[in-house]
Design a protein around this ligand. Structure first.
Ligand code: ATP
Length: 223
C-alpha cells in the first residue's frame, strides 16, 4: 500500500490487516465505535483504523495521482496499482476508515472518545499512530497547529488535546478528587528521553533532555 498519503491509528496493538481479508468485525467493535462488555470478555479489544490524509497543495500542483481510495461506509481501503499496464487493485479491511475529507473531530468522536471513557472506567488503553513519514501521524495525534481561542480547542486540534480535555471535563463534572500524571517520552535512536524533565538533565549533551536507561528483558523486549 502507498503509505505516503495514509497513516493508521491503532487503538491497542493489533493484527496486521491482510489484503481482501474480511475479519469478523462483529467481534471487534460495534457500530458506534466502542467495544462492548461482551467484546472485552472475549479479549477482543484491538482496533485498527486507517486515516488517509488529503493531497497537499504541492502534490496537487504536480498532479500527484491518487493511489488509494477509501470507502468509509464499507471500512475498506483500495490500493490502486498499475503493473505492466494492468490495473491491479487490492482491498484492505479495517475497523474504521477515515478518508481525506475526515475532520479531527469526526475521528476523535467516533474512534477515540469511547476509549477515553474506558480509561476513566479503569481500563488501561493505548492509542498509537503508525505510518510512513509525512502521512499525518503528528497532525492526527497533536493537531494542525492552530491556537486555542477563548479557551476553546481549535478545529484542527488532534487526539491528544481532545483526550485531555475530555478527561478533565468528565472529572470536573463528577466533582471528583483527582490528580493526573503526564509523561512525555521520546524514543529516538535507541535512546529514551523524558521531554518534560526539568532539572536533572545536566548529564546529557542536550541540556533540555534527560536520558532514561533503556533496558531489555530476557526476551529482548524493551522495558
Ligand atoms: N488530515 C489532514 N488534513 C490536512 N492536512 C494534513 C492531514 N494530515 C496531515 N496533514 C498535513 O500533512 C503534512 C504531514 O503530516 P505530519 O507532519 O502529521 O506527518 P507525520 O506522519 O507526523 O510525519 P513524520 O513521520 O515525518 O513526522 C503536514 O503538513 C500536515 O499538516
Amino acid at each position: 500500500m502507498e503509505h505516503r498519503r495514509g497513516g493508521s491509528v491503532t487503538i491497542s496493538p493489533s493484527l496486521t490487516p491482510k489484503s481482501s481479508e474480511k475479519w469478523g468485525r462483529d467481534l471487534r467493535s460495534n457500530e458506534n465505535g466502542s467495544s462492548s462488555k461482551h467484546d472485552k470478555e472475549k479479549g477482543v479489544n484491538v482496533q485498527v483504523l486507517l486515516r488517509c490524509r488529503p493531497l497537499s497543495e504541492d502534490e496537487l500542483r504536480v498532479n500527484t495521482p491518487a493511489v488509494i481510495s477509501c470507502n468509509e461506509l464499507r471500512r475498506e481501503v483500495t490500493a490502486i496499482q498499475n503493473i505492466a499496464n494492468k490495473q491491479i487493485d487490492r482491498t484492505f479491511a479495517f475497523d474504521k476508515v477515515f478518508g481525506p475529507t475526515s475532520q479531527q473531530k469526526d475521528l476523535f468522536d467516533l474512534a477515540v472518545s469511547p476509549v477515553v471513557n474506558e480509561v476513566l472506567e479503569g481500563y488501561n488503553c493505548t492509542i498509537f499512530a503508525y505510518g510512513q513519514t509525512g502521512t499525518g501521524k503528528t497532525y492526527t495525534m497533536e493537531g494542525g497547529g492552530k491556537k486555542m481561542k477563548d479557551g476553546e480547542l481549535p478545529s484542527d486540534a488532534g487526539v491528544i488535546p481532545r483526550a485531555v480535555q475530555q478527561i478533565f471535563d468528565i472529572l470536573e463534572s463528577q466533582n471528583a478528587d483527582y490528580n493526573m500524571k503526564v509523561t512525555f517520552l521520546e524514543l529516538y535512536n535507541e535512546e529514551i528521553t523524558d521531554l518534560l524533565a526539568m532539572e536533572e538533565s545536566k548529564l546529557s549533551d542536550d541540556k533540555s533532555k534527560k536520558p532514561i536507561a533503556l533496558m531489555e528483558d530476557g526476551k529482548g523486549l524493551c522495558l
